[in-house]
Design a protein around this ligand. Structure first.
Ligand code: 13P
Length: 287
């Protein structure tokens, strides 16, 4: 059964650890994430970008696949199925498809419009027991073809959105999606501290979890971050393991590559990456 991300994040914030959001792209990714969470006795959030949802033929397919996998793999740790960087329309589609958590990324709207739309989603999600993530201050890098700059959010605007009753808040603190450039200035802990002071108990979300140095991750958790998103690092480990397998020509049986064997090393690589992150975030044993 899927659960809202609310309880797991409230516990994480109080216990000073973070729950990982790992993005899924296909069956192997999903299976790797669920099995690792179970093996680590850790709560987990499965993130689905709009692009990944489309790739997997639509949100209904994703929702049905995840629910069936939880049942057939006998997963008992808390699992939230979460729309990542959703558009306003995408949020409604995922609510209808049975997701247990959504992110409305209204960061590109003027703040008044972000507030209006978030307010409406707070109402709808509240009625259905779905957790809702809002975003203030765009997070840089490229995701699904959208390039943002990595701004620092205005703490007052964060308070304004948090006060609407969202479950969790993603605030830009200089973080970006994908690899960090050589000249990256690091996370702005000054901004994070100011946001945390104004938003109190609100679990804060750190996007762009790939490539942030460990000490910065730990400091961010100590300043109220309770959810950390990781995508690129799983993609890189999957790609490296698959490439190595192909280059070694291990599957050249004369019949071509067996797809299950071809994807097996990448599957193991994703599992290892997720486990490493769960250790760093402190969520192991917290289910
Ligand atoms: P990375 O791809 O940098 O790990 O970021 C993932 C993310 O924030 C998804 O929303």
């Amino acid at each position: 059964m899927l659960v809202s991300a609310k309880d797991m994040l409230v516990k994480a914030k109080a216990g000073k650890y973070a729950v990982g959001q790992f993005n899924i792209n296909n069956l192997e990714w999903t299976k790797a994430a669920l099995l690792t969470a179970q093996e680590c006795n850790s709560p987990i959030i499965l993130g689905v970008s709009e692009g990944a949802g489309k790739y997997m033929t639509g949100y209904k397919t994703v929702s049905a696949m995840v629910k069936a996998m939880i049942e057939e793999l006998k997963i008992t740790v808390p699992v939230a199925l979460h729309l990542d960087h959703g558009s306003y329309e995408g949020c409604y589609k995922c609510i209808e498809a049975g997701f247990s958590s959504i992110m409305f990324d209204g960061s590109h709207y003027p703040i008044a419009e972000n507030v209006e739309k978030t307010k409406e989603l707070v109402r709808v999600c509240g009625e259905k027991g779905i957790s809702l993530e809002a975003e203030v201050g765009s997070i840089g890098g490229e995701e699904d073809g959208v390039i943002g700059r990595g701004e620092c959010a205005d703490p007052q605007e964060c308070k304004q959105i948090a006060d609407l009753g969202v479950t969790m808040l993603a605030a830009g603190i200089g973080n970006i999606h994908g690899k960090y450039p050589e000249n990256w200035e690091g996370l702005s802990f000054e901004t994070l501290d100011a946001i945390q002071k104004l938003t109190g108990e609100m679990p804060l979300v750190l996007h762009g979890g790939t490539g942030i140095p460990e000490d910065m991750i730990k400091k961010a958790i100590s300043l109220g971050v309770a959810k950390i998103n990781v995508n690129t690092e799983c993609q890189l480990s999957f790609a490296a393991a698959t490439r190595k397998y192909v280059e070694e020509g291990k599957d050249l049986t004369g019949k071509g590559f067996d797809p299950r064997k071809l994807l097996a090393p990448g599957f193991e690589a994703i599992k290892a990456t997720i486990k490493e992150k769960m250790e760093l975030f402190g969520s192991i044993g917290k289910a």
